[in-house]
Design a protein around this ligand. Structure first.
Ligand code: PHE
Length: 348
């Protein structure tokens, strides 16, 4: 690495300017001190923000966009902090120290639920209306529930140690054979809950399970090593693919809008047969967006939990919750959902 380039230095100084300004404004306890901080930072003539603005001219044209964007953000933050400080110290008493009860009050900002929590709650509500109960399973699972019972054979690539968070396995050498059923792991899919529910109760079954799943993916705008899924499972006499499609269509329209169309694309999952991938299209949209996987529960899975595939059939689906939430609110980067930046969260 060479010495920091002029742009990074300039950006770091903008950040430092923001920190200095925010703490000056936050610490100012009287109208006079707030005004002094305003002049120092936001003053039109020699304010520090003004100087920072002028600095852009000294930068290489290719660096100006990045600098300008950060500058605008810093300036905006300082202006809101000034406004907040001004309101905070504003005199609320008359000359004789009496409180003017006619002044508008300071409204405390109330917190609210995270957009993902809101999505999960809405899912529970929507599916609840068509008879689906909520089931739960552990995030620390075992290989049996995550793979074996879901008809995923020992040699299946989905079991690769590089694609899963196995726990307590230690170093493995090749040729050691498959990882045993009782080995703990962070679940990679909520389909584990299908097994837990069917092991615990007899049909009919109509449940959804919402929760975190873990996969060692590299984090980017659309991937994270942890995300949430909603799993659905319905098993009864005479359940068909048409039921699956109706339920998903009903849900898609209720959650995303009446003008949403869904389609099924043939796919493969070891625990469903036939299997499909579910896409959604917004009326007037040009692109199908993949929402998750689904299918008819494979007879092998039914048999493994002691159900009789001659008697009952079922469907299952698994959808990504982040994706639903992002579609609904036009959020374009999954990382925003995990950073807990209140400026982002306040919008929902
Ligand atoms: N578990 C699958 C996945 O995570 C999705 C799925 C669920 C597919 C249920 C079929 C049935 O990719």
């Amino acid at each position: 690495m060479t010495a920091a380039d002029p742009l990074s230095t300039a950006l770091a100084e903008l950040d430092a300017l923001r920190d200095a300004g925010l703490s000056a404004l936050e610490l100012a306890s009287t109208p006079e001190r707030v005004e002094a901080a305003r002049v120092e930072f936001l003053g039109q003539k020699n304010g520090r923000v003004k100087s920072a603005q002028e600095r852009i001219k000294t930068l290489d044209p290719s660096a100006r966009k990045a600098y300008g964007q950060r500058f605008n953000a810093v300036k905006g933050d300082l202006e809101s902090a000034f406004e907040a400080a001004r309101l905070r110290v504003e005199r609320k008493t008359d000359d004789r120290g009496r409180i003017d009860v006619t002044l508008p009050g300071v409204r405390p900002r109330l917190g609210h639920r995270h957009p993902l929590t809101q999505t999960a709650e809405e899912l529970i509500d929507l599916f609840g209306r068509i008879g689906f109960e909520v089931a739960r399973g552990p995030e620390v699972e075992d290989v049996r529930h995550n793979f074996d019972a879901l008809n995923i054979p020992p040699s299946h690539p989905a079991r690769d140690p590089l694609d899963n968070f196995y726990l307590a396995v230690g170093e493995r050498t090749s040729g050691e054979g498959p990882i045993g059923g009782d080995v703990p792991m962070l679940r990679s899919q909520t389909s584990t809950v299908q097994i837990r529910v069917m092991e615990a109760q007899k049909p009919p079954v109509r449940v959804i399970a919402i929760g975190r799943v873990y996969r060692p993916d590299t984090v980017d705008a659309t991937h994270s090593f942890m995300f949430h899924q909603v799993e659905g499972l319905m098993v009864d006499r005479g359940v068909t693919m048409a039921d699956l499609k109706s339920v998903l269509r009903l849900f898609a329209r209720a959650y995303l809008g009446r003008d949403v169309t869904i389609r099924f694309r043939p796919s493969f999952f070891p625990f469903t047969e036939p299997s499909v991938e579910v896409d959604m299209l917004w009326h007037g949209g040009h692109r199908w967006v993949e929402m998750g996987g689904a299918g008819m529960v494979d007879p092998n899975v039914l048999r493994a939990v002691g159900y009789d595939p001659e008697e009952v059939t079922g469907f299952a689906f698994g959808l990504g919750i982040e994706r639903l939430c992002m579609r609904r609110h036009a959020i374009d980067d999954i990382r925003l959902l995990y950073q807990n930046d209140v400026r982002f969260l306040r919008q929902f």
